[in-house]
Write a protein that binds this ligand. Structure first.
Ligand code: ADP
Ligand code: MG
Length: 384
């Protein structure tokens, strides 16, 4: 697979996309006072693009002459990087465009990828301006590494690329309902969590996945706790090989592990026996939020989707304990019988009722059947 790390040229020229409304609305001020002096000193020239609306970064990057830039930098929360990645993947030259080094300077309320990068580099948790300083320092050093992406397809034909997480139920509700507390920055998630705990909703649907390891060697969960797709009553036997041809929208990158929604799952897939969930989260980096260490075992490119699901029946106290343990990444040691974890290569979620919104990298996606698979090392990100 060849060498995986690379370096920015020096001196270099970067495109900075900044969302002035990220987090508590301080991004531009923080850039001028904290980031700019460091870039000047490191001989990194930049051109600033301030986003004016939702999806602006997506459109800018899709049309941009990328040969002008050595890296694309976002100064925002995770949402803006999500737009940049999707803009790149919608280009006719996506295969080379997605190799452009990306960089995140955290200024949002959800800074999960910045927290993850910092965790891989130093195993410590930094907040706010310290996290920003650390990431700016990564940019000054110019080292980049490959990053996995997950290709998502929805039943209605949407094709999206995600670098961080996909969620439904409690976790995505927190992200969405806490929007109104945006001015509080990171505290909006805490408040949102407490508010939603007063009524724990149940989300019904069928969850299936392709395990990352052979089922026999799976240790975290016994094989007995789930049915293979072959044996599941609801799923008819698969008669053929995966068919990667979906009604094509945008990017031509194929998903060889996925079959169209109207076809039965390949026989090496598993179907989760439970159909009532409090929350389902697929995460491919360590952090779900600045101080939410959901997947301590994750790496930038370990070719795995970490699938967590909380089944119905968990008490409010159980949820509080779970969230408290998340800060240290100790939730699996709680041995909570409702919390399940399994590393997978691909998943499919078919909601029975279109209840609640889903989120992809913290951005809203209307509820519908979704499936996705991991793509190893297809993007590159500035790291420590
Ligand atoms: P946060 O972490 O605070 O949520 P993000 O960077 O993730 O910050 O951005 C949140 C959303 O703001 C994204 O959906 C993005 O499209 C949107 N956005 C970007 N620029 C603007 C703007 N000028 N006005 C309103 N929304 C914007
Ligand atoms: Mg966001």
């Amino acid at each position: 697979e060849g060498a995986v790390y690379g370096h920015l040229p020096w001196p270099c020229q970067v495109m900075v996309l900044l969302n002035p409304h990220s987090g508590a609305g301080q991004a531009l001020h923080l850039f001028k006072t904290q980031v700019q002096p460091m870039l000047t000193e490191a001989n990194i020239a930049f051109s600033m693009f301030i986003t004016e609306k939702h999806r602006h970064a997506w459109e800018l990057v899709r049309e941009e002459n990328l040969s002008r830039w050595d890296a694309l930098v976002t100064m925002a929360g995770d949402g803006l990087l999500y737009e940049v990645i999707n803009g790149l993947m919608e280009r006719p030259d996506w295969e080379t465009a997605i190799q452009k080094p990306l960089c995140i300077l955290p200024a949002g309320s959800g800074n999960a990828i910045a927290a993850s990068l910092n965790y891989y580099a130093a195993k410590i948790c930094l907040l706010k301006e310290e996290l920003l300083m650390s990431c700016t320092y990564f940019l000054c050093k110019g080292l980049h590494a490959p990053m996995d992406l997950v290709s998502l397809r929805t039943a209605s034909g949407k094709r999206l690329f995600s670098f961080l997480s996909f969620s439904w139920g409690f976790v995505s509700d927190v992200d969405i309902t806490s929007e109104r507390y945006r001015k509080l920055g990171r505290a909006r998630f805490t408040l949102g969590t407490l508010q939603l705990l007063t009524t724990l909703h149940v989300y019904k649907g069928r969850l299936s996945y392709l395990p990352a390891e052979e089922p026999s060697s799976m240790s975290s969960q016994g094989e007995h706790s789930r049915l293979s797709a072959q044996n599941a009553k609801q799923v008819s036997l698969c008669n053929g090989k995966p068919v990667p041809s979906h009604p094509q929208q945008g990017c031509a990158l194929e998903d060889p592990l996925l079959v169209p929604f109207d076809q039965p799952l390949p026989k090496d897939w598993m179907v989760v026996p439970e159909e009532e969930f409090v929350s389902i989260v697929c995460i491919y980096q360590s952090h779900l939020g600045t101080d939410l260490l959901l997947a301590p075992q994750a790496k930038l490119y370990n070719d795995a989707i970490h699938l967590f699901y909380m089944t119905a029946g968990v008490s409010r106290m159980g949820m509080i304990k779970f969230f408290m343990a998340l800060e240290k990444g100790a939730h699996l040691t709680l041995n909570c019988p409702y919390l399940h974890y399994v590393p997978v290569k691909a998943f499919r979620l078919e909601p029975f009722t279109l209840k609640g919104d889903m989120t992809v990298d913290g951005e809203v996606l209307a509820c519908e059947p979704v499936q996705g698979q991991i793509h190893r090392r297809i993007s590159h990100i500035i790291t420590g």
